[in-house]
Ligand binder design. Structure first.
Ligand code: ADP
Ligand code: ADP
Length: 237
């Protein structure tokens, strides 16, 4: 469970990224955050794995306040949170298998000579993960030989290999065309349901949010302006 209690975040230049945020995200939920560019969606998501640090309030992940976490705690926190980014964040010159194995890094606990250390089980897990997003036939291709949609599926496989409790997806379809966007959202939703991984996704477009979300959080200027099930959004529009 994730609990924001009066969370504020002021960037060093004085910009208020988050203002008095209160929200509880229960285990297994599929939450979509919508809002215009600059609304604070990315700041909200990045607070949860502490890529940015709130400056007030408390932010509990599994009942522990993560705001004052340091190195060891942060590594543990990030091991249970899988991140998906707009630009996939793959190592372009590495092949798909190596990229997906990077999901095991937090578990193997070393940055040294990573690829020689993976066990057969890790490679099996990587292959199974690639199969789940239907991209296993590209396992030995270089990441930069794949289309955007294929790269995003590899990044989902990387997250699956991590076996996280949470998935945070920061604008995962913003660089993709509509059919490919739907494909990626469908995989994210399927994984949420099958593996019961709590998932938070940022999206620009309300129509796509309505199609996939269990719950929508609307943000504007660092604040939550709507929080409820899709059915409540429909009534108002
Ligand atoms: P996105 O909109 O895709 O999340 P970014 O995370 O790069 O893109 O930036 C989000 C917003 O934050 C942009 O409006 C950008 O101008 C602003 N921003 C990012 N980094 C800084 C910074 N160091 N100082 C001031 N504004 C920043
Ligand atoms: P969104 O993801 O909804 O586009 P962001 O969370 O990226 O919004 O940004 C929220 C606000 O914080 C914006 O005003 C943005 O310009 C600002 N911002 C984001 N990152 C930084 C940063 N590193 N330094 C200063 N301001 C930032």
């Amino acid at each position: 469970m994730i609990e924001f209690n009066n969370v504020g975040l002021v960037y060093p230049n004085g910009t208020e990224g988050l203002k008095n945020i209160n929200a509880t995200i229960k285990d297994g939920e599929f939450v979509v955050i919508v809002g215009l560019s600059g609304a604070g969606k990315s700041t909200f998501i990045r607070s949860i794995n502490r890529l940015v640090t709130p400056t007030s309030g408390s932010l509990l992940v599994d009942s522990e306040d993560i705001i004052n976490y340091h190195s060891g705690d942060l590594r543990k926190l990030r091991t249970k949170i899988g991140m998906i980014f707009q630009n996939y964040n793959l190592v372009k010159r590495s092949n798909v298998l190596k990229n997906v194995l990077a999901g095991r890094l937090g578990h193997t606990g070393t940055l040294r000579s990573i690829f020689s250390l993976f066990k057969k089980e890790d490679i099996g897990l990587a292959y199974e993960s690639l199969k789940r997003v239907n991209i296993d036939e590209k396992i030995y291709n270089r990441a930069d030989e794949l289309s955007g949609g294929q790269q995003q599926r590899v990044s989902i496989a990387r997250v699956l290999t991590q076996k996280p409790k949470y998935i945070l997806a920061d604008e995962p379809v913003a660089s993709l065309d509509p059919p490919t966007s739907h494909q990626v959202m469908t995989y994210l939703k399927k994984i949420n349901k099958e593996d019961n991984i709590t998932t938070i996704v940022n999206l620009h477009f309300i129509d796509m949010a309505m199609e996939y979300a269990d719950r929508i959080i609307g943000m504007r200027a660092g604040e939550i302006v709507f929080d409820g099930p899709v059915s409540e959004v429909s009534e108002k529009t």
